[in-house]
Ligand binder design. Structure first.
Ligand SMILES: Cc1ncc(COP(=O)(O)O)c(C=O)c1O
Length: 360
């Protein structure tokens, strides 16, 4: 059976270094906000091309705290893609704000900048883009629209560690870049984790206080904070993984290139363009008979996933909250299929998947 993902296998390569980092934490006896968190924050900011980083407990917290930083009035509107992962939209609700869904471009699956202006009202305060599947949005157009309307820009980079647009890394375009280190991510921990990135040191200093009960100085609380600290032991694991992220992304690109080359034209493959350095967190194809294709692959010992089967506006939790019709999003959710493209897969496995697909 070719798994969709095998985290045990994926992490074997890094196990010796994880163990060294873990032993070091055990020897030092420092478990919360120590050297490993600050080291990782500095390393990750440097990897992304500069700026400052605050390690947090999850990607969702990163999105929630990024929006919260701006203290928008209750009921203010935030533009998000209609095919976003649910976390992006939950972050808007957790701040008492209103998500306004904008349809994606059917070829990139990312928010369509041409559709943003018509969604802007006097209540709009921010655009929250999602660099879905490991491909950056067209940030030139997003920033241009945001600048023209005085809107903040938050990038959901949970699937885009190291992805680039015109040579610049995801998370460095907007006011904040929000990252998740959920174990399956290209830069995944061995548990939960997240981070915010910003060019503005003051913003990150405030986020670091807010994540720790609003405290810059022990027992002195400047903000109504929360507990959303990146775990010290996970930060150690993340430094290990970060030192190999380039290799992980290169491997996934190599696998993606095999699919790109081998898959026949019955499958709609991911868009490829020289402006975009994609990192293929997910390699998604579209096919009109997605469910039958998925069953066929399973019968042939190939596991796949669907990211995502239900669009946000059809989720029970959001029923009667999100009006409007989202036909592009519906088409994507009905036809999309994620193929094995993990660091744990070999080129031979991926070539086999492509060959089995072509015989469908
Ligand atoms: C696009 C996107 N945004 C946000 C999140 C939330 O991250 P986390 O699971 O770390 O809270 C995820 C991860 O699952 C994601 O894929």
């Amino acid at each position: 059976m070719i798994p969709y993902e095998d985290l045990y296998q994926l992490n074997q390569t890094f196990m010796d270094d994880y163990r060294k980092s873990f032993d070091d934490s055990m020897d030092k006896g420092w478990y919360i906000l120590g050297n490993k968190v600050s080291t990782f924050e500095n390393e990750f900011a440097a990897y992304c091309g500069g700026g400052h980083c605050a390690g947090l407990a999850s990607g969702l917290d990163a999105l929630v705290l990024a929006l919260r930083y701006f203290n928008f009035p209750e009921g203010a509107e935030v533009i998000v893609p209609s095919n976003a992962y649910i976390a992006t939209i939950l972050a808007v609700y957790h701040n008492g704000l209103v998500p306004v869904l904008v349809e994606p471009d059917i070829s990139t699956y990312n928010i369509d900048p041409a559709k943003i202006p018509q969604a802007i009202t006097s209540k709009t305060r921010a655009i929250m883009v999602v660099h879905l599947y490991g491909k950056c949005c067209d940030m030139e157009q997003v920033l241009q629209i945001a600048g023209a309307h005085g809107l903040k820009v938050i990038e959901d980079c949970a699937q885009a560690h190291g992805a680039t647009f015109k040579g610049k890394k995801a998370g460095t375009f907007g006011d904040f870049g929000a990252f998740s280190f959920y174990p399956t991510k290209n830069l995944g921990a061995l548990g939960d984790g997240g981070a915010l990135l910003s060019a503005d040191e003051d913003k990150i200093a405030e986020i670091k206080a807010v994540r720790n009960y609003g405290s810059r100085e022990k027992y002195h609380n400047d903000y109504i904070g929360i507990n959303s600290r990146l775990d010290e032991i996970q930060a150690g694991f993340l430094s290990v993984k970060l030192s190999r992220l380039q290799e992980i992304n290169a491997h996934k690109r190599k696998l993606a290139a095999i699919y790109d080359q081998e898959l026949n034209t019955n499958f709609i493959r991911p868009a490829v363009h020289s402006d975009y350095g994609d990192v293929y967190h997910i390699y998604a194809v579209r096919h009109p008979e997605r469910d039958r294709l998925r069953e066929y692959l399973l019968r042939n010992n190939i596991r796949t996933e669907v990211h995502y089967p239900v669009p946000p506006h059809r989720q029970k939790a959001l029923k009667n909250k999100l009006g409007g019709a989202y036909p592009i999003s519906e088409t994507i959710h009905r036809t999309i299929l994620s193929l094995p493209v993990s660091y744990c897969h070999t080129q031979e496995q991926v070539a086999h998947v492509a060959a089995v697909m072509n015989a469908f």
